[in-house]
Design a protein around this ligand. Sequence first.
Ligand code: DON
Length: 303
Amino acid sequence: MNYQELIDDAVEAARTHLGHGRVADYIPALACADPNAVGMALATVDGEVFQSGDASATFSIQSISKLFTLALVLAEGGESLWRRVGREPSGNPFNSLVQLETEHGIPRNPFINAGAIVVTDRLLTLTGDAAEQVRQFLRAESENPALATNAEIAASEAEHGHRNAALAHFIASHGNLDNDVDAVLAQYYGHCAIEASCRDLALAGRFLARHGVRADGVRLLSRSEAKQINAVMLTCGTYDAAGEFAYRVGLPGKSGVGGGVLAIIPGRGAVCAWSPGLDPAGNSVAAVAALDAFTTGSGLSVF
Ligand code: DON
C-alpha cells in the first residue's frame, strides 16, 4: 500500500473543505489559529512515519489529551474508574451539563468534558500531577522532548472556563471528585493546552494500534484494555457526531477543538489529521474529510 500517496491525496481532498468550518473562539487564545492550515501524519506499527501538508506544525491538542489521561488511569489498574464514569455516548455536546443532574454526577463517558474532569481527578490522585504524566507520555512516544503545555492557552481556558467549573462543582456536589475542584481544573487545562503536531500525535497514538504496547516495547495496557479504549473512542470520541464519524471514517477517533483528530487503525497504525475550522459539534471539518478520504481510498477501517 502506498501510504504516502494515500495521505497526500487525503490532504488534497481536505483542502477543498477549508473555509467550511469555524475556528474555536470560546477559548480566546485558540482563535488565532490559521484556518487554512491542514496536515496529516500516519505512524505505522512497524515504525514508519508518513507526513503531508502541515504535519509538523504544532497545535493545541485539547480533547485529544482525554485519550491519554484515560489510558494512563487504566494503566494504573483503574478498572474502578468505571464506577465513576460511564461508557455510553451522550448524544449531547461535549460541554453539556444536562445529563449530570439526572445521572447523579456520573458523566456518560470519559471523553465529554464532565467525564474527562473525573478521569483527570483520578490521574491526579494516582500520580500527583496529571498534566505532567500526559506530557511525559507524549514526549516519550513521539520522541519529541520539546513537547509542552502552552501556558497562555491554559490561562485563557481557565479565565473563560465557567462551564467546566460548573461541571466540576456539580460533580463534586455528588461526591465524585476526590481532589479540590480548582486543582483538578488546573490539571485539566494543563493537559488540554499541550501543543503537539500531527506527527507527534500519530506516534503517540500508536500504542493503541499495537494493542497496548508502547514505542519502547513495554506493555502499557492489556490487549483487552486497548480494545476497550478503541471502542469508547469509536462510540464517544467525536461526541454527538460519533455516529457520523463512524459512518464516514470507520475508525476509532478522538477530536479536539484545536482542530486535530487522531484515529487508530488497530494492528496497522495511527493517523492524525489537523485543520482548525470546526463543525458545530466541535470536530474539524477538513481533518474529518481527510480521514474520510484516507479510509475510503485505502479501505483501512475496522469494518
Ligand atoms: O474543556 C474544553 O472545552 C476544552 N479544553 C476541550 C474541549 C474539546 O476539545 C472538545 N473537542 N472537540
